[in-house]
Design a protein around this ligand. Structure first.
Ligand code: UTP
Length: 414
């Protein structure tokens, strides 16, 4: 037996992953066989084992000191305050110091749309896709600030090709092609709920994107940060692909971060009720953080201040601004991984493709907001839900195309 095969068999047996050889034995094409063995060799089995074992443990939240975080309410700024922040921010935008990153690497499993989520037709009279709705913002900003804002779109292995082709086919929706850059986020193997690596429909080891927290490392690895520096970018708005009221080019937001002398800022909206399942901004052991709904104690979630407002009521909506220095710092760190249980099709031991009805596999994801704790302070800008937050998450019901369409139409009618 050749050395390579021997080494692989030893590793697979050490980590209890011998089932991968069922697939190898089924392959008939010599090239495919070699590729398959190489892909086994590229797996960090120890990392997979650790990630899986962490997922088995019940989440125990370390006792940390949680305190409310200060915020600025955009709708309550005086005319003078508004103008001051506007002027600071608009000046940066006009000087070409702002870039936007849209995270479009997710799987969009809840929406269930075939293809990248950004290609989804929201069902407006114009039949615009989520990507076209976003492009409109850049075209409008070009007129307003007389500058073409660089737009970086983070895709994943699963949807990169389709995303780029979609833009190409639609002539970049009228925005300059050289202002749009695609880059791919990192990935990690998925496992079954009993820790076994899976085979995907392309007869490869099943992998998935490593969560939106993977963005910082990918920006460095894929040369995005380098490109931004070359263009003289200072501030980077990072948001998701699925909020059709997102305001990524917001002078008030940039102005606030500069005025407060911080390296990052987050937009919040008021939590709809104490039990709403959203993460909220807070301070954890004196550092900026987001406390997840599963982590917050009921008495804390219900606590109100003298004005009757929730003390922990600033929901994180994945609309954040980072200085390039913050990205450089966080990109060098390893953010923790969290486990999501997802539906994942796979090839079973007899070579049949299984499309599960229920979640059957673990996906390991880093969360973007875990980066905040690496920074001394961040500024929070509270914005109005009806002006800046209309997410498309589920196929129907809450946060669905129907609710997003309504919010979008009523905002633009105004
Ligand atoms: P969500 O966590 O809502 O995930 O992502 P999703 O992929 O859109 O949908 P589900 O959970 O599978 O139904 C919030 C934003 O972060 C991006 C998504 O594309 C979306 O814009 N994201 C998420 C990534 O770019 N990469 C990831 O690995 C995960």
């Amino acid at each position: 037996m050749d050395e390579k095969m021997k080494q692989i068999e030893q590793t697979l047996s050490k980590y209890g992953q011998e089932q991968l050889l069922d697939e190898y034995n089924r392959l008939t094409d010599e090239n495919q066989k070699h590729e398959f063995l190489d892909s086994i060799l590229s797996i960090d089995f120890n990392q997979v084992k650790t990630l899986y074992e962490q997922g088995q443990k019940e989440t125990v939240f370390v006792n940390s000191k949680i305190e409310p975080i200060e915020y600025v309410d955009k709708s309550k700024l005086t005319k003078e305050e508004y103008e001051e922040l506007y002027n600071i921010g608009a000046d940066q935008i006009k000087k070409g110091k702002l870039a936007v990153v849209t995270m479009a690497g997710g799987q969009g499993t809840r929406l269930g749309h075939e293809g990248p989520k950004g290609t989804y037709d929201l069902g407006l009279d114009t039949h615009k896709s989520l990507f076209e709705i976003l492009t409109d913002i850049f075209i409008k900003a070009k007129k307003e600030y007389e500058v073409e804002i660089p737009w970086y779109i983070m895709t994943s292995d699963e949807n990169d090709d389709e995303t780029e082709k979609f833009f190409e086919r639609n002539q970049y929706f009228g925005y300059s092609k050289n202002c749009i850059t695609f880059f791919k986020q990192g990935k990690l193997p998925m496992t079954s709920t009993d820790g076994k690596l899976l085979i995907d429909e392309h007869h490869k080891i099943k992998e998935a994107s490593d969560g939106h927290g993977g963005i910082f490392r990918s920006m460095i690895d894929d040369g995005v940060l380098y490109d931004m520096k070359a263009r003289g970018i200072e501030w980077i708005f990072i948001g998701g692909v699925d909020n059709v009221l997102v305001k990524p080019i917001d002078p008030i937001f940039v102005g606030l971060a500069i005025k407060k002398n911080v390296l990052a800022a987050g937009k919040s909206i008021v939590k709809a009720s104490p039990t709403e399942k959203v993460g909220v901004f807070c301070k954890r052991n004196g550092r900026p953080s987001v406390i997840e709904y599963s982590e917050i104690k009921p008495e804390m979630a219900e606590k109100r201040d003298e004005n009757g407002e929730l003390v922990y009521g600033e929901s994180h909506i994945l609309c954040n601004l980072f200085n390039i220095k913050a990205i450089e710092k966080v990109g060098k760190m390893q953010l923790p991984y969290h486990i999501a249980v997802k539906k994942a099709s796979y090839i079973d031991k007899d070579g049949n493709l299984v499309k599960p009805e229920k979640p059957n596999a673990y996906k390991f994801e880093a969360f973007l907001f875990d980066a905040f704790e690496a920074l001394d302070n961040i500024a929070i800008l509270r914005v109005l839900r009806e002006e800046e937050f209309a997410p498309v998450k589920n196929a129907d019901g809450e946060d669905s195309p129907e609710t997003a369409r309504k919010l979008y139409n009523s905002f633009f009618k105004k």
